[in-house]
Design a protein around this ligand. Sequence first.
Ligand code: NAP
Length: 241
Amino acid sequence: MKTALITGANKGIGYEVARQLASKGFHVFVGARNAKAGRKAAEEMGKKCHARSATALQAGGKATFLEIDVADNDSVKKAAREFSNSEDHLDVLVNNAGVVLDGDEAILEISDDLFRKTLETNTLGALRVTRAFVPLLRKSKAPRVINVSSGSGQLTDGADGWAPAYSISKTALNGVTSQLAAALPKFAVNSVCPGWVRTDMGGENASRSVEEGADTIVWLASEAPQDLTGKFLRDRKEIPW
Ligand SMILES: NC(=O)c1ccc[n+]([C@@H]2O[C@H](COP(=O)([O-])OP(=O)(O)OC[C@H]3O[C@@H](n4cnc5c(N)ncnc54)[C@H](OP(=O)(O)O)[C@@H]3O)[C@@H](O)[C@H]2O)c1
């Protein structure tokens, strides 16, 4: 059975990606830093995917909670140990966990502390989770790493001033994607912009549903060619960095 770990999967885009992959027959690990919320999400997801999808039942799709705080190295290492107690390989890692912190408003006014905290989760978090799970990913026949980035980190058209620490953390995350793709030639490693999505982060006025936001991530996890790597994508197409 294919295995997938999605960080920050207790709600929002991460939850939807995990739900869709479980419906396709994956054994998904619902990564969450809050154990209560993560366990609840995994239970709900297991029931939903079996109710909606015959494929999930036939292929044995299931959802298991895994406690993981991507900003905490010890938590990440512990999660990798726990994962390897039940599975011998990981096929897909989705680095989805992300934050926009209160006060992330103007580049000349944000504190070093706010900047560091944002990078700790959005950029270093994805790198440290990948590092911890690489030995398990190497045991997959077709390992895939998907970094959930944002168009706000694109440099091509210039910044618009919105959430500078968050935006820079996503620019740097795209750098992590490019470096990992070079370091891991047998892997598919890509960044995805989900678009503006109706979640706690995106708000209720966002233009996309969680299903639309999850689409390219799920496609990269399950159907995209393995030699598609080192790219930034939106709507299943390459976009400029
Ligand atoms: N929504 C959008 O319009 C949009 C647009 C572009 C990119 N994105 C990206 O899409 C991803 C998912 O965002 P979303 O919209 O689904 O946001 P969301 O609903 O706020 O969900 C964010 C998830 O990340 C988790 N998280 C935050 N810090 C974490 C940490 N240190 N360790 C583990 N989990 C952590 C949260 O856990 P808690 O519940 O414990 O806080 C939550 O599960 C993010 O990377 C975001 O930057 C979103």
